[in-house]
Design a protein around this ligand. Structure first.
Ligand code: ZN
Length: 206
């Protein structure tokens, strides 16, 4: 079961969004091109209530991108983004959604952030995605989406913990911070993560 897990391709993370990942709009047509090479396509959405504690606007005197301690965890404060039911939280209108079998939402608890598609940042609460993918017979998961150095990165780490093989689709993802992501990529390779491109995926499928 070749599986594609599209991470957070939502308006707020793409061009013009409140938490825009630089240059990220180019990844959407790439993700559309590769979807047909997979048996199972699943997507995630960051899906916060308005009072989410990761928003700087909910932390008096704090500004976006400052760091605080939140329930014992270091938490970067973000601009308001991906508020439940808002336009910013919708999957980007140019993303083909016809083949997406399920959408898993995360970040709904106002007290804790959830970068990974599998667990909250405290690793306490599962989204159920790991169980779903196992039941579907997924073994190897390909990862496109945003942000490469945050939600894609933590989702890949948890997918390994859950026993899956992870493949990063390099030209179908963009980081918020490029330099940080270059280091992370080295770390992921050491952990056994494969790195591929859309053209390799398409040519293997021919
Ligand atoms: Zn978020």
């Amino acid at each position: 079961m070749k599986t594609l897990l599209i991470i957070d391709v939502q308006n707020d993370f793409l061009g013009g969004g409140s938490l825009e990942v630089p240059g990220s709009n180019v990844i959407v047509p790439v993700i559309n091109q590769i979807q047909d090479s997979f048996d199972l396509v699943v997507a995630t959405q960051d899906w916060h209530p308005e009072d989410h504690k990761s928003f700087a606007s909910n932390q008096p005197g704090k500004k976006p991108f400052e760091t605080i301690m939140l329930h014992g965890l270091s938490q970067t404060l973000w601009p308001d983004h991906c508020i439940q039911g808002s336009r910013g939280a919708e999957l980007h209108q140019t993303l083909n959604t016809g083949r997406i079998a399920a959408i898993f939402r995360k970040g709904m608890d106002p007290e804790i952030d959830s970068y990974s598609a599998f667990f909250d940042n405290n690793h306490q609460l599962s989204t159920g995605l790991g169980g779903y993918l196992k039941e579907k017979g997924a073994m190897e998961i390909h990862f496109p989406g945003v942000a490469a150095d945050i939600c894609v990165y933590y989702s890949i780490l948890d997918s390994i913990l859950e026993g899956f093989t992870a493949v990063l689709v390099e030209d179908a993802t963009k980081p918020l911070y490029t330099e940080k992501f270059d280091e992370m990529k080295c770390e992921l390779v050491k952990l056994g993560v494969k790195i591929t491109t859309s053209s390799q995926i398409i040519s293997q499928n021919e």
